[in-house]
Design a protein around this ligand. Sequence first.
Ligand SMILES: N[C@@H](CCC(=O)N[C@@H](CS)C(=O)NCC(=O)O)C(=O)O
Length: 315
Amino acid sequence: MPANATDIILHNYPQSPVAEKVRTILGIKGLTWHDVEIPRLPPKPLLTPLTGGYRRTPVMQIGADIFCDSQCIIRELDRRYPSATDSSSANAGLMWCLSRWTDGELFSLAVKIVLGSAGDNLPEDFAKDRGLLYFGGDWAERLKEANSELPHFVAQLRAPFSWINSNLSDGRTFLLGSDAGVIDAQLYYAIWFLRGRWDGGPAFLSEFTQLERWEKNVSDIGHGTSTVLVAEDALAIALSSESTTVSGVADNDPQGLTVGAKVSIGPDMDSGEQAVEGIVRSANADTISIEHANDEVGTVCVHFPRTGYRVEVLS
Ligand SMILES: N[C@@H](CCC(=O)N[C@@H](CS)C(=O)NCC(=O)O)C(=O)O
């Protein structure tokens, strides 16, 4: 099916847990989307022209608007396709705060357990790439520690899982009641990753019967309706579209950002990732959107979250 400028295009690959979070939200919202498969390791020559260099997975594209990081993707999906239990609901603020735990401590423990338990069995290029991405410059040492301290890291997970398990023991279908919401996907993806990629995952999770019941409810929702799109077509859509992002910086920006300022943006950690440079089009407390241009995609507007990212003002 050909795609057009208002269609959702998800650049992702099947094994990506963070992409699974977004695919689950697409399922919860019952959306139709285009699936572009990207490589698991750089280089990603058909992705980075869109993002200006950001290489993580997933990335969502709608026309010439490019949403980096699942935080920006979720916010945009909620804006375009609101529902009662999403992050624009009455409890949205608390859910966003909780998502900093699911994406932070919880996902980081899951990564330690998955990579640590694999020990020396990880392919060298994969270990080096993911080690740097998740553990920073001293990744080799931290990977060894993840292996030797596996029981400790599992104990760190067991406590919150037991809390959630007892929360679900009133028989509710989803975390907030009878309807699935974004927070279900925010927790689910880490469990999906642990179950699928850690040998000990299924046995560990079997202790939490209510959590497993909930996990199945979320998994049964599926991923909405997707059709495969080739990456070249996605680039062509960006080239022939214009961003619909309204220009403007909200008051009280702590970094004094202004429309037209040149900035660089990258994940706020020592992960060796390339920062993305561009011109500020809009910014507020949770998002910064920059214009970036090249021959392959023309001018695109690339969106990043403020939390977890470092913005440097260049001029
Ligand atoms: N904070 C980001 C994290 C994204 C992330 O770390 N994704 C992993 C895959 S699940 C990744 O990029 N791995 C390396 C790659 O795909 O190149 C988000 O929420 O989107």
